[in-house]
Design a protein around this ligand. Structure first.
Ligand SMILES: NC(=O)c1ccc[n+]([C@@H]2O[C@H](COP(=O)([O-])OP(=O)(O)OC[C@H]3O[C@@H](n4cnc5c(N)ncnc54)[C@H](OP(=O)(O)O)[C@@H]3O)[C@@H](O)[C@H]2O)c1
Length: 281
């Protein structure tokens, strides 16, 4: 199949292309190739290449930047998704759109399933929820895949901050009232690879199984690395950031489970594979 990946230069997009390139013809695009806020540009790419499947990993993922600059967030995370969905509808490409656990408010006490109501508490979440609505109502054949707390090789993220601080013996700041499902790009890319040829549609949660707080995640990385450093444990109220994060946004892969295609590993296993491959060669 011919598969086009918007956001193909990002954390997840890079691993999707790597994972799928043996089986599919992959076309990866970064913001310099095609700005998804420009409908004509998106339409032209899809019209020329006529991909069977379009995966949208393009987004502004900096939650604080989204809070401070909502127009920027909505333009990329909502209008960008709409532009891709419109072109997919017009050229009969299946759209796989990536979304987030941050569409939820964090007040539930067990893992969120696909049928739970969204109620975002920050501009990143609001812009992603609007993007989901555009994709759902576009008339395109779609899958929306919500994931959470992504880590992988392409760029620096929380796991790298923790591992690098442990190696240097520097203090780590970890927030205890932030709980979700850490997810390895390699595992998520495998799930997306399995979904590409399946003739299905709808909302899917896809995260590594289980959940933890940022503090528990730090403890687990220390265990894997067999080394410790000092941890400053904070509440969100002490960790001054422009955007509030949901206190609990773990995801359950319920739709994948009902279809008997949930192959996501547990978060501890995924974290161990990543940390060992990057920091313990
Ligand atoms: N990271 C997480 O923890 C996390 C958690 C839950 C859900 N998600 C979702 O997962 C998806 C992938 O996230 P990620 O962490 O892989 O993203 P990322 O590493 O921040 O990469 C973002 C990608 O979007 C592209 N992009 C940004 N603005 C664009 C524009 N105007 N036009 C075209 N492309 C543009 C970037 O291209 P350039 O680099 O070329 O500029 C880059 O390829 C997103 O939908 C995100 O909301 C992420």
């Amino acid at each position: 199949m011919k598969v086009m990946v918007f956001g193909g230069t990002g954390l997840l997009g890079t691993d999707i292309i790597e994972t799928c390139r043996a089986e599919h013809e992959m076309i990866g695009l970064g913001s310099r190739d095609c700005d998804i806020t420009n409908f004509e540009a998106v339409n032209e790419y899809i019209m020329i290449h006529r991909p069977d499947v379009v995966i949208n990993c393009a987004a502004i993922t900096d939650v604080d930047k989204c809070e401070e600059n909502p127009d920027f967030a909505f333009r990329i995370n909502a209008i960008g998704a709409k532009n891709i969905a419109c072109a997919c509808r017009d050229f009969s490409s299946k759209m796989i759109h990536i979304s987030t656990d941050y569409v939820f408010d964090g007040k539930k006490e067990e893992s969120y399933v696909e049928s739970d109501a969204v109620n975002p508490i920050n501009n990143y979440g609001r812009s992603k929820a609007m993007g989901e609505d555009f994709v759902k109502t576009s008339g395109a054949k779609f899958m929306i895949i919500r994931t959470a707390w992504v880590f992988g090789n392409r760029r620096r993220h929380f796991v790298d901050y923790v591992a690098e601080s442990i190696i240097k013996g520097e203090d780590i700041i970890a927030v205890k009232d932030m709980v979700s499902s850490p997810t390895y790009t390699v595992d998520l890319a495998e799930t997306i690879k399995a979904l590409i040829p399946i003739n299905t549609f709808g909302m899917f949660h896809a995260a590594n199984k289980g959940y933890c707080s940022r503090v528990q995640m730090v403890e687990e990385i220390m265990k894997i690395m067999r080394k410790t450093t000092r941890v400053q444990v904070l509440n969100q109220s002490q960790w001054k950031r422009p955007a509030l994060r949901p206190a609990f946004s773990a995801l359950k892969n319920y739709h994948l489970q009902l279809m008997d295609i949930d192959n996501m590993a547990g978060w501890r296993d995924a974290l161990k594979r990543y940390v060992r491959s990057k920091y313990q060669k």
